[in-house]
Design a protein around this ligand. Sequence first.
Ligand SMILES: O=C(CO)COP(=O)(O)O
Length: 152
Amino acid sequence: MAIVERHIALVAHDNKKVELLQWASFNKKRLAPHHLYATGTTGTMLEFELGLSVQRFLSGPVGGDQQIGGRIAEGSIDMLIFFWDPLEPQPHDPDVKALLRLGALWNIPMASNVATADFIISSPLFESDYDRAVPDLGPRNWEQMRDQDSED
Ligand SMILES: O=C(CO)COP(=O)(O)O
C-alpha cells in the first residue's frame, strides 16, 4: 500500500538541536519520503548533517516560526516536530507561542519532545490516511456582526 506523504515541519531551539539531529538521524529512513520543512538553522543542520532535502524558511527569531504557523493555517503543513527549550526564554517567545497555538488550533500532530516524536513516528497513522478534524473557521460574517452591533 502506498504511504501517505506528510508535510512535516522540524524545528529546534539551540539547546535542543542536537536532540533533534539525533532523533532525525535515527528516523532518517522514515522521514525521507515525506516533505520536510524547517526554520533556517534547523534546516541547514538537517541538510548538512543528514543530507535530507528540507524546505528552509527564515530563522526562527526573524520570522521562521511565523512562516511555519502560516503554512499550518493554510493547510500546507500537517505535522510539527518542535523541540522548544523549556529552560530558556527566547527573544521571539511570542512567535513560539503563536506557532504552538496554531498547531493546537488546526489540530495537527505536534511533538515537543523526543518521547512524543517517537510515539508519532511509530504510529500506524503516521503514513496512513487520517481524517483530521479541522475546525470550521470560515470568514466571519460581517453583515451579521454589523446587524448584531446595531441591535445592542
Ligand atoms: O528559533 C527557532 C524556533 O523558535 C528555531 O530557529 P532556527 O532553526 O533558525 O535556529
